[in-house]
Write a protein that binds this ligand. Structure first.
Ligand code: AMP
Length: 190
């Protein structure tokens, strides 16, 4: 199995690029944000719980997120590998992921961080909010909160894997296709 974490702040282009990579390399794309939005859309108890956190730009608690991720992996045991998009977002989630993959003798092969300037991110998210209707992309206060949560709780996840020699940084600014090409080269080198 080839398991890759596509990493970076909200608005760095993870979703767009993860879809592209999943298709290119025949991997399963798992976005925990998409999974939460699906649960919210179906008014499930998990969705209702997640909604209160997402609306504020806070992280959904680890126990809920890890449980949901585990279910998704358990339902897809025959895949060639996974592109994780928006997960793990805390060290506890990274440790849980390593355990879950380790149980089937798999591991995280690499974490690829999309490097994007902060002001560019805010502008991208506000633009996306207009198109997608996502409430958490429409309010600058919520966006700034998500970026601050990213710096405090999520950024350390890169170091967690980087110290194991698994970290890769990619320039996430500019043309979508150029970024996709840089990512493809990085994945091939894993
Ligand atoms: P995203 O679509 O990845 O930007 O995620 C949207 C929102 O879902 C985030 O702002 C969080 O509130 C929540 N979320 C998504 N993934 C996670 C995660 N791994 N841990 C905690 N909360 C998450």
């Amino acid at each position: 199995m080839t398991n890759i974490i596509l990493f970076g702040p909200p608005g760095s282009g993870k979703g767009t690029q993860a879809k592209f990579l999943a298709e290119k390399f025949g991997l399963l794309h798992i976005s925990t944000g998409d999974l939460f939005r699906y649960e919210i859309g179906n008014n499930t108890p998990l969705g209702l719980e997640a909604k209160s956190y997402i609306e504020k730009g806070a992280l959904v608690p680890d126990s809920v997120t890890i449980g949901m991720l585990k279910n998704k992996l358990d339902a897809n045991t025959d895949v060639k590998g996974v592109i994780f998009d928006g997960f793990p977002r805390t060290i506890a989630q990274a440790e849980a992921l390593d355990q879950l993959l380790g149980a089937s003798e798999a591991e995280v092969n690499g974490i690829i961080s999309l490097e994007v300037a902060e002001e560019e991110i805010v502008q991208r998210l506000l633009l996306r909010g207009k198109d997608s209707g996502r409430a958490d992309d429409q309010d600058e206060t919520i966006i700034r909160n998500r970026i601050s949560v990213y710096h405090k709780e999520t950024a350390p996840v890169f170091n967690f894997y980087d110290t194991k020699g698994k970290g890769i940084k990619i320039d996430g600014m500019g043309d979508i296709e150029a970024i996709a090409n840089r990512l493809e080269t990085a994945v091939k080198a894993l």
